[in-house]
Design a protein. Sequence first.
Length: 578
Amino acid sequence: MKYNPPDFKTPITLALSRNETQCVLGNLSESFGRIDSDTLTYYPSMGSLQTILGEWLSVDPQRIVLTAGGDDGIDRLIRLSLQTGRRKILTHAPSFEMVEVYCNNNRGELDQVGWINEPFPLQEFLDRIDETTGLVVAVTPNNPTGQVIELESLLALADAVQRAGARLLIDLAYVEFAEVDPMPQLVEHPAVYFVRTFSKAFGLAGLRVGYLIAPNPAAAEQIRNVTGPFPVSGLSLALAQQAIQFNRPQMLAQVAASRRLREMLQELLTRCGGDPIPSQGNFVLVRFDEHEAVWSELAADGIGVRKFIGNPWLENYLRITSPVTPGDFLRLVKSCCRIFQLDYELEKSAFDAGWCGEETDAETGAEAEADSPAGPSNASSLQANAPIPTTLKRQTKETNIDLTLNLYGSGQVEVQTGIGFLDHMLTALAFHSRFDLKLICSGDLHVDDHHTAEDCALALGAAIDQALGLRTGIKRFGSAYAPLDEALARTVIDLSSRPWPEIHLGLVRESVGQWACENITHFFQSLAMSLRCSLHVDVLRGSNDHHRSEAAFKSLALALRQALAPTSGTVPSTKGML
């Protein structure tokens, strides 16, 4: 057997056959700009990425082996296990195809237990583990079915493997998409190895970076010695490290969106007459009696899905990667409607209801409809697109800030900066933007208010920047007027990734409360720089500096809300990126 996915006879413009997702490294120019020439000149060092992964997963970095994709880790452990003289590799079927490929390449004896669309066959596994078993491989969520192995079954397998003197490899390539990660409960087990990857949740399949976690440093060193000393390029290591350091919020938000679209995909396929298997991966395996015709018809529309040639476990099955944007999902819906003669408008309405949710607060719905041409469902979809709060800690010798932000919240605010008027303005900004914001700052107010105001602006801008991720699927531009009694302010904003502040508040007093007026202007300037936006704030009239300032903050809030309104999921730029 070899890895041999079928070729398409027509051009494919929506590839849903390889379980790929969007790259979380949104600004590639910025990412590559962080890499110096030494990364290309010298042989790569694995230590830095190992350390960061160890901190993220709470694992000794010396137990982590960086590999050329997750499948390289599988290959190495199979080779190492077969060197003991034990020739049997025990796994389930269907499973990740490369397990069989690497077993056969190394002259192992593959023993497979059938497992598809039913509870995990634990007892049959336990019955087959004996003195000839070198390695047991469990893939959870399983590729291609998306099914998961319960923690109790994994614990029982691990204990049985240990008693037999063998090894258990748990492939967690898709675990970020699952409801539960079993690794914390098994990571100290002396017989258990794990494989993980940057290819799936982080969308970095082209880098070919995976990692294997061994039970102890000595076992990890054995695996390192199975191949050459530099299996992963320095460039790939550097970009993977950036993904962990700077882009985890984007990954989490993207995974959350993928999970929601996966559930909608299963419902769609059922209405199309298919029999989908409940999945916890970023894909769905579905049975169609006429699967070949469905595969061909989707391909005719430029949509590629996976069929399996010569695999007796997967006759009549197709595997469909969950689209990662609403626009791609609706394209799949439209094709399915043509093939299965469904009403597209009804299906689109079902998608809108599922993706956007239903507005239950009449006042919120009215505000959303007034602010955005998409109406109440638009406001709900904002909340759906970024369900993962962004957390940020900024600590300097002058300030200490803890911040939690949900861009698509309901205006719940907790702010403590030590400057009363700043608290008041941040509360207004978050409430009218409908952000959920918690910002706690302790600063050197015994000096003056400058550092606290500046650093709060920098922290808030950085948090919004992180939450925006790739800046896809947003309107990008926003403009709004806000009055407060005699004062009138206008804000125009472009979430362009190009920072430029034009702030004209026209304040004449020395301070409002304890906040110096010059630092109110500086707040907007600092926010624009860290948010990486073009920000124009003009107070057009007004005689009271409190009113002028508050009108400016409220107009910013309303403009931000407009700029964040969701669109088709594409990048809102002729350049193809922001």
